[in-house]
Unconditional design. Structure first.
Length: 321
């Protein structure tokens, strides 16, 4: 490029070269080939530097949330289901995993805009919430508390409930209050004794103070997270389905209208009662896949959702009812 002094990466040391490449690309509007030519490196190296900049948090890419909350389907979802807001993400031509990652990333970008000073955010757990926490950029919301709403169990994905709440709290600069107990015990009497322990009793009492709720509702499929994590057996799942179970919310079963289904797990689960999650200031529901359409309807009907993040495909399926 005439008139532009060429600098090579040999003249730029360490992290500075990553910053230099990021600046040229995002602020000066140079394309990858122009950057490569100017710095005397390959285009592939430029791509690697840009990726490194994203991973280090040197650059953050965000889209205007209005483009997603004012989408025709978002407006239709709010009108049909009485939601406060919806964030609908395109999925044309995307496979299930790509759509999942898009929805998770969209939820991660929107979440800080939904939180305020002094909020107490209750967090469910599962792959969706874990990946959301991982995808979140570092930010800080003053006097924010993140609370783990259900006890912990191992999962097929290699993380536990406290990993979801802890990681999200770190990303949001929040105080994290975890629940130091198993999600489910083998015996109701043992669970009752554990709930009576002063430490656990106080932790459970704190859960009742949450004013906002972040979650992805579970299904009643045999592949459901509630089975994979060991909270319920397939036999117990079949029993609840026979009682009309349509979805799972924080380890509890609800029917198609969102009403809790009393059953044998209630006495053994350690976590917030599901009826305490309805009617909060905000219920932020993240639905990344079509397998959760029926469960999502149940959560909305039960009053557990005011805001939803989902894909075009899921939005269309919800509206097709």
């Amino acid at each position: 490029m005439a008139g532009v002094k060429r600098r090579t990466t040999g003249q730029i040391s360490g992290e500075n070269v990553v910053i230099e490449v990021a600046w040229m690309y995002y602020h000066e509007g140079l394309n990858q080939k122009e950057i490569a030519d100017r710095l005397g490196i390959s285009r592939a190296t430029v791509v690697n530097y840009l990726q490194d900049a994203r991973e280090r948090g040197i650059i953050r890419i965000s889209l205007n949330s209005d483009a997603f909350t004012r989408h025709r389907l978002a407006v239709d979802l709010c009108g049909r289901f009485g939601l406060t807001a919806a964030y609908v993400i395109p999925d044309e031509g995307a496979d299930d995993e790509t759509t999942f990652q898009r929805v998770v990333r969209g939820a991660a970008e929107w979440l800080p805009k939904l939180l305020e000073k002094g909020d107490r955010l209750g967090v469910a757990w599962g792959r969706t919430i874990y990946e959301l926490a991982q995808a979140s950029d570092d930010t800080r919301i003053e006097d924010l508390t993140v609370l783990q709403l259900v006890g912990s169990m191992a999962t097929p994905y290699g993380f536990t409930a406290e990993a979801c709440s802890t990681r999200l709290a770190q990303r949001l600069g929040a105080l994290c209050l975890n629940l130091h107990a198993p999600a489910v015990l083998t015996n109701g009497d043992i669970a009752a004794q554990l709930r009576a322990e002063p430490i656990i009793r106080d932790q459970l009492a704190r859960l009742l103070t949450c004013n906002k709720f972040l979650y992805s509702v579970g299904t009643c499929l045999p592949s459901s997270h509630i089975v994979g994590s060991g909270v319920a057996t397939l036999t117990e799942l079949d029993w609840y389905i026979a009682q009309g179970a349509t979805a799972v919310l924080c380890g509890r079963f609800i029917d198609a209208d969102g009403k809790p289904i009393p059953g044998p797990l209630d006495a053994r689960v350690i976590g917030i009662p599901v009826d305490r999650l309805a009617g909060l200031d905000m219920g932020i529901l993240v639905t990344p896949g079509l397998d959760k359409v029926d469960a999502t309807r149940a959560a909305i009907r039960g009053g557990y959702a005011t805001h939803i993040v989902t894909s075009v495909g899921v939005a269309e399926a919800l509206l097709a009812e």
